[in-house]
Ligand binder design. Structure first.
Ligand code: KG4
Ligand code: ZN
Length: 365
């Protein structure tokens, strides 16, 4: 079984080939990512229209390269998995239209997959099958969500951010202290040089049960209302605290921050983010008697988060799984993996009558 994955939900055009054989772990054959960072850096964030146009320019070359790297031709491809959503609609449309067109022309089944299912399955692609039940934290530029996986391929949302995603908070803090774009990797590097206890930023707490309440999360019977949404996250207050600190420290912008001050702000901000993410994740792992914890998505590339999660997992005796850095940020290998999961569950694609869904919600089972 050989599957081609296609990902174009945001600012990365990606294609990858993954193989599966009965009783063997999934094998990554190739993974090509054309990043648009240089284009969007000038604007300090992703410009949707520019992203869509660049996907259109890159998609054919990226897919050809992924096939060539895997020494595969179209006749070797048994199925195509493509990100259906969530994401930017113009960007998603390029991948979805490409996948449907090749699927129709070559008579290859096409499986639409959820972007976050891809992030979750990156853990399995990199580490082999996880022990279940598992708790998986997906932390990226657009999402901070906690999933309970009772068994392979079943994703139940148990917590999510009420406001900013963790990666978004990183990107905004980087901007506040005058670092470049995207902020996550730069803040990560600067944090390693600073003092994490230099500034006492507040640990985000949800005080009002119904503040920004979105779709209901799925806690099992018996948990009662008191626990509902206790695994939710919030990062807007922390971002405001950093802004206030910077305003005070710079006398309202009349002087620049020193390098040492920037290092300390990054380290202190990162300490609070990591504690918030891991407190909720480990608490959920206790609730669900998890045999494994996974952390996926772009922020899972964070060196401080990886180290802290592994230390905490070792302390409580629950193994922590992360993807490689290349599989943590957006890529198509994870989309191919999510497609293989669907294939294993008996999904053979079929209808090409699906569309890009910018607000796609992941079905529970
Ligand atoms: O998963 P991803 O590539 O795209 C989305 O699906 O959103 O995640 C991108 C996000 C960005 O916000 C970026 O700043 C953040 O992941 N990120 C990091 C690191 N590397 C990427 N955040 C913290 N530390 C990192 N090392
Ligand atoms: Zn992503």
């Amino acid at each position: 079984m050989r599957i081609l994955g296609i990902e174009s939900s945001c600012d990365e055009t990606a294609a990858a080939v993954v193989d599966a054989a009965d009783g063997h772990p999934w094998q990554l054959r190739s993974s090509v990512v054309a990043s648009q960072v240089e284009i969007h850096r000038e604007w300090g964030g992703v410009v949707p229209e520019l992203a869509a146009r660049q996907h259109l320019r890159d998609i054919c070359g990226v897919v050809d390269q992924a096939l060539a790297d895997a020494r595969a031709s179209w006749t070797d491809i048994d199925a195509i998995a493509v990100t259906q959503g969530p994401g930017l609609v113009g960007s998603l449309l390029v991948g979805v239209s490409f996948a449907k067109a090749v699927g129709a022309a070559r008579d290859i089944p096409v499986l639409p997959v959820h972007h976050l299912a891809g992030h979750i399955e990156s853990l399995v692609l990199h580490n082999g099958e996880l022990p279940y039940p598992a708790i998986v934290l997906v932390v990226s530029g657009g999402h901070t969500s906690l999933y309970h996986l009772p068994s392979p391929g079943v994703y139940r949302l148990v917590g999510r951010t009420r406001d900013d995603a963790a990666g978004e908070a990183y990107d905004k803090v980087a901007k506040l202290v005058g670092l470049g774009y995207p902020g996550g990797p730069i803040v990560d590097r600067r944090a390693a040089r600073g003092n994490p206890h230099a500034i006492n930023f507040p640990i985000p707490k949800l005080t009002h049960d119904d503040r920004n309440v979105g779709p209901q999360t799925h806690l099992p019977e018996g948990f009662g209302d008191a626990l509902k949404r206790r695994a939710d996250f919030s990062f807007s207050g922390l971002k405001t605290a950093v802004r206030r600190h910077v305003e005070l420290a710079t006398g309202g912008g009349t002087r620049a921050l020193t390098d040492a001050e920037v290092d300390d702000i990054c380290a202190s901000f990162q300490r609070v983010v990591i504690q918030t993410l891991l407190d909720r994740t480990f608490r959920a792992a206790e609730w669900f008697d998890a045999r494994a914890i996974g952390i996926a998505g772009g922020v899972a590339a964070n060196a401080g988060l990886r180290a802290a999660a592994e230390a905490r997992g070792a302390a409580v005796g629950v193994p922590v799984f992360v993807p490689s850095v290349a599989l943590a940020t957006d890529n198509a290998a994870m989309i191919a993996a999510a497609g293989l999961r669907r294939w294993d569950a008996g999904d053979r694609g079929g209808s090409l009558d699906f569309n890009a869904e910018p607000g796609l919600v992941m079905l529970v089972e």
